[in-house]
Design a protein around this ligand. Structure first.
Ligand code: IMP
Length: 423
């Protein structure tokens, strides 16, 4: 039995998709356990670039079962579009299973997300506007509608009518927008059900059985540690548990079934949406990272904020997730810099912080303290062994390992699968 979690150590967009895709070649199952179509990863099939949002990275490997786990949100319209896209490229969707316990994103969640953000004005979170917060809020309030409800049309209709009684009050009286009609939603979702029904399963049972048969299961995190609802930079977070504990609750398995936890670290930092970012570079340095690293959102197309790697946050991610290995991505993007900075601690009101500050007011105001290392100023995209990397580059990697106290198992030097050093 082998369960392995791969998750992001930053604010998402660490390049988890590439590492998951690499590892997926050797596993029997890939499980997404939280989030919904706020996530996005790019899959390249020949000359075609596919953007996927719900479906795990393993889909490109025909032998891999791909699970949409209990803790996920499903927007049926979008997942069906993803399936159509895959089928149109000759990629089978027969291996996809959707948890009956996953919650549905309903049309009113999208409007509530948009209107809620508009109402917050300058204090907005900068959500992906996919309805994530409102759908998880309904789950917590125990008024959510689950995938299994699609299988019982009477119950489904009842739940939509009951939800709209409250939602329409909010839509009309607070946000001043049109109310929604239950019949329209029920009819729309009935059509989706016809196509989705055959994918619905008791995924927690199937995952456990697969692990008990001695097979390998990969748990693929979405977003990242700093966007976790409990441990991230709240309130500028997503609404699910994107850290290692979430892999168990969001899949319906016990923690003892996990053997390895790998954290993906981009060689620099990015963030989309609002919120504090101590090592952010708003000028030329950030612009260079954005252009070379093509740092634009897969889901929303928004330019990502860029800055230097922050090892205070990395140490935090190591601790919160219990990481035993790291994967470094996009190292090749730093090729043009004379000097590479690493944020190693923060200063605030004369006090130094080597650990993530316990109060958000401190974190919002800290000044980053950097260590500077020489850049390698060369193309490393052809390196296939650690020894092929320039000395300066090796030094940067070793310094991060030393501070994080966890080894890099993968070092990615380009987008292609082959452009990876596996240690
Ligand atoms: P939500 O998940 O759409 O509610 O957005 C909440 C915050 O998480 C916003 O700052 C988003 O930009 C961020 N976020 C959500 N999903 C992702 C992701 O996949 N990558 C990076 N940021 C994300």
């Amino acid at each position: 039995m082998s369960g392995r979690i791969i998750l992001g150590t930053q604010w998402g967009d660490e390049g988890k998709g590439k590492i998951c895709d690499l590892v997926a070649a050797d596993v029997d199952m890939v499980v997404r356990f939280q989030g919904g179509n706020n996530a996005g990863h790019t899959v390249i099939v020949g000359d075609t670039v596919l953007k996927l949002h719900h479906i795990p990275s393993g889909i490109m490997h025909p032998h891999v079962k791909c699970i949409i786990g209990d803790g996920m949100l499903v927007n049926p319209r979008i997942i069906l579009e993803e399936m159509d896209l895959l089928e149109s490229q000759g990629i089978s969707t027969d291996n996809i299973l959707i948890s009956s316990n996953a919650h549905l994103i309903m049309p009113y969640h999208l409007i509530l997300d948009r209107e809620g953000e508009m109402r917050l004005g300058g204090a907005k979170i900068g959500t992906t506007r996919k309805g994530i917060g409102p759908a998880y809020a309904d789950k917590a309030k125990r008024i959510g509608i689950r995938v299994q409800d699609l299988q019982d049309p009477k119950i489904f209709k009842k739940k939509v009518i009951s939800a709209l009684e409250e939602k329409n009050e909010t839509l009309t009286k607070i946000y001043n927008v049109d109310p929604m009609k239950a019949t329209a939603i029920v009819d729309e979702y009935e059509e989706y059900t016809k196509r989705i029904e055959s994918y619905i399963a008791d995924t927690s049972l199937i995952i456990s059985q697969t692990l008990n048969e001695g097979k390998n299961v990969l748990f693929e995190g979405a977003q990242g540690t700093l966007l976790d609802i409990d441990h991230g930079t709240y309130p500028f977070v997503t609404s699910s548990s994107s850290t290692a504990g979430g892999a168990c609750t969001g899949s319906g398995i016990g923690p003892h079934m996990i053997d390895e936890i790998t954290g993906v670290v981009k060689a620099y930092l990015t963030r989309v949406g609002s919120g504090p970012f101590p090592s952010e570079e708003e000028g030329e340095i950030g612009e260079t990272m954005r252009e070379i690293g093509q740092e634009y959102g897969t889901t929303t197309g928004r330019p990502r904020r860029c800055g230097w790697l922050d090892t205070v946050l990395l140490k935090y991610a190591v601790r919160i997730n219990g990481l035993d290995g790291l994967a470094l991505t996009k190292l090749d993007v730093l090729k043009d810099f004379d000097k590479i900075k690493i944020c190693v601690k923060y200063e605030h009101n004369g006090q130094m912080y080597e650990e993530f500050p316990p109060h958000q007011s401190i974190f919002h105001k800290v000044k980053p303290i950097y260590e500077e290392l020489p850049g390698w100023k060369s193309d490393i995209s052809k390196a296939r062994r650690f020894e092929d990397l320039p000395g300066e580059c090796q030094r940067y990697i070793k310094r991060i390992e030393e501070i994080g106290n966890v080894p890099f198992k993968f070092i990615s030097v380009g987008a292609d699968r082959k452009q990876t050093i596996i240690r």
